[in-house]
Structure formats: C-alpha cells, structure tokens
Design a protein around this ligand. Structure first.
Ligand SMILES: N[C@@H](CCC(=O)N[C@@H](CS)C(=O)NCC(=O)O)C(=O)O
Length: 229
C-alpha cells in the first residue's frame, strides 16, 4: 500500500498523476498550506524536512521517501514494468528527470516568490524592497528563464514527450509538468510564443489518469478539473 503525503497546489500532484498512470492503489493524506504558504508542521513528523511530496510504501517493511524525482524513479522502477526507450530517449529521460528539480524548479520558485516578498515588507520599506528584488530579478532570473523556456519549447516542438521517441509519459514528464504549469499560470509561458509547451500541458491535462489524480488531490490551482476522458 502506498501513502502519498500531499500538499495542496504543489509538487505532489505529479505523483498522483504517475500513480494513476501506473494503476497502483494508493491513499492520499491531504495537508493544507499555512497562510504564509509553507507546509504545516505536522509534515515534519513524517520526514525531517517536512516538505511534500513524501510517500510511504508499506510492505514487509516501510519505505519512507521524499524528493519528487527520487519518488518518481522509485515508483517507476518498482511498479512501472520495463520501458523500451531508445538510447537517446533514455538520455532525455535521465536529463529532464533531474533538470526539473535541480534547475527549472528553483528558477520557477524564485520567480514566483520575488513579487510576494516585497508585499510582506512594511509599507514604508516596500519601494526599497521592490528596487532590490527587481535588481536581483534582472540580474539572475530574467536572463535565465527565457533561455530555459526556449530549450523546452524547442524540445517539445520536436518530440511528443520529454523522452524522444516515447509514445507516452516517462519519468521526465512527471518531473517536468509542475514547473510548466506554474510558468503558464504566471504567464511566463503563453500560447502566442510557446505553442509546443502549451499543447503539451493541455495534452497531459486531457489524460484520464491526470484527471483522476486531480480528483484525489483536491484543490490544484494550475489545472482545470474536467470530466475524465
Ligand atoms: N525538491 C523537493 C521540493 C519539495 C518542496 O519544496 N515542496 C513544497 C510543495 S511544492 C513544499 O512542501 N512547500 C512547503 C514549504 O516549503 O514549507 C521535491 O521535489 O520534492
């Protein structure tokens, strides 16, 4: 039995999508973010970092695992059966599975948070905060984000899934989806400029497994819930 410790509007949604695709039974323990958007302290009882996702795989022994890309790799290795990817496809899969949390997500999270930080300063300091955070964004985020988005757009304009040649989602797709959803929600990814990415996100959202995962996870601001197809 697998238990997913799930936080609303977060990375664990991709684990629910994966488990639905694998057809593995699982239970969702839902946690709600605090007003400052952090996880509730009760998650610290499950794992020392108290972040989501965390899974428990309960068999003869109990495996507790955090870190989404590690979870994705673990679940696919244990429950996914054999994948037949070309050598190039396997390399794409490896690259994007790691790239998602090592490079893309830190950038997405910094980009999302910069505007929120300024609003938390006392009103009389807000202009200074905005200036400093704006300068930081100009130096470190603005040059990086388009470069990353362009790389992904090119890859998806040439391939249906992140692992080239694959006829369905692989680890890389489960790892990548949340970053792309976040960028689209914040309008860093727009149809006029990033048709391949937008089409890709819509294709993922149209999958019945994705929709079933949405149904189990509760509120998720980055995707519309529709009748499973
Ligand atoms: N790299 C980690 C990041 C985990 C993470 O930061 N999760 C967010 C949810 S998307 C979280 O728990 N945020 C609440 C907090 O930081 O208190 C992973 O991929 O699992």
């Amino acid at each position: 039995m697998i238990v997913v410790y799930h936080l609303n509007n977060g990375r664990s949604q991709r684990i629910l999508w994966l488990l639905e695709e694998l057809g593995v039974p699982y239970e969702v323990k839902r946690f709600e973010r605090m007003p400052d958007y952090t996880a509730p302290p009760s998650l610290l009882k499950v794992h020392p970092l108290g972040k989501s996702p965390i899974i428990e795989d309960i068999g003869e022994s109990v495996v507790v695992l955090a870190e989404s890309s590690a979870i994705i790799t673990y679940l696919i290795q244990k429950y996914g059966g054999k994948q037949t990817l070309s050598a190039e496809g396997a390399l794409d899969d490896l690259y994007y599975t790691h790239y998602a949390e090592s490079t893309l997500m830190p950038l997405v999270v910094i980009w999302q948070r910069l505007s929120r930080f300024a609003n938390r300063a006392p009103w009389y300091l807000q202009p200074i905060f905005r200036y400093v955070l704006g300068a930081y964004r100009e130096m470190y985020v603005d040059p990086e984000l388009p470069r990353n988005i362009d790389m992904i757009e090119k890859h998806l304009s040439e391939n249906s899934w992140f692992a080239r040649g694959s006829d369905g989602p692989t680890a890389a797709d489960y790892a990548m989806i949340i970053g792309l959803e976040g960028l689209r929600a914040g309008r860093a990814i727009v149809l006029e400029k990033h048709q391949a990415i937008v089409r890709y996100i819509d294709k993922v959202h149209a999958r019945s497994a994705y929709q079933s995962g949405l149904g189990k996870g509760g509120a998720f601001a980055y995707a519309k819930q529709v009748e499973a197809v």
